[in-house]
Design a protein. Structure first.
Length: 187
């Protein structure tokens, strides 16, 4: 059963990665770098500050920093224990995919997917009270993580697992945040 899932994961990667073309490679290389998303994050912080104030924004930033640190470290723990090769290093398929970028670290599961989905789940749960279209924050993790498939750095299963892990802990950290706000902070 596990072999079938891994085989399907590889087939889906070959298909999705094969949709790319050289003329879009530079775009996806820009998308995959977190620093290039800085304007997006600054806009989100501005929106949050307008709705929850400076004091609560400081608490939100602390929670997001702890959340990203947690998801990043757990992701590295999984990668080092599972030691799944990245598609670009997997000899079974690296001749079948477009390798736009290479990395020597392990693949399972995606830190990009877990960190981005965790932080955006946390932000969404705060913003949903104020904005009808707060769900739009999820465009970031979707686009950001797809870049990893496009570049040949992650299997779809790595991304999906990262999403599930990130969303789960985004919810848990939000619940902790709500407890802190209710107990210690007067709005």
């Amino acid at each position: 059963m596990l072999e079938h899932i891994i085989s399907l994961d590889k087939e889906i990667l070959v298909f999705l990665n094969g949709l790319g073309s050289k003329k879009y490679d530079a775009f996806w290389l820009i998308i995959t770098k977190q620093v290039n998303w800085t304007p997006y994050f600054l806009i989100l912080l501005f929106i949050l500050q307008k709705k929850i104030g400076w004091k609560n924004l400081g608490i939100v930033i602390i929670f997001i920093a702890l959340l990203i640190t947690f998801t990043d470290q757990v992701t590295n723990l999984f990668k080092n224990n599972f030691q799944r090769l990245r598609p670009c290093n997997d000899e079974e398929i690296n001749g079948l995919i477009r390798m736009v970028k290479e990395s020597s670290s392990y693949s399972f599961f995606s830190g990009h997917a877990s960190n981005s989905s965790a932080s955006m789940t946390f932000v969404f749960l705060i913003l949903r009270k104020y904005y009808k279209y707060a769900f739009m924050v999820f465009l970031f993790p979707l686009i950001f993580a797809y870049s990893r498939i496009y570049l040949g750095l992650h299997f779809p299963g790595d991304i999906l697992t990262g999403y599930c892990f990130g969303v789960s802990f985004g919810i848990i950290f939000y619940k902790l945040y709500e407890m802190v706000i209710r107990k210690y902070i007067i709005n």
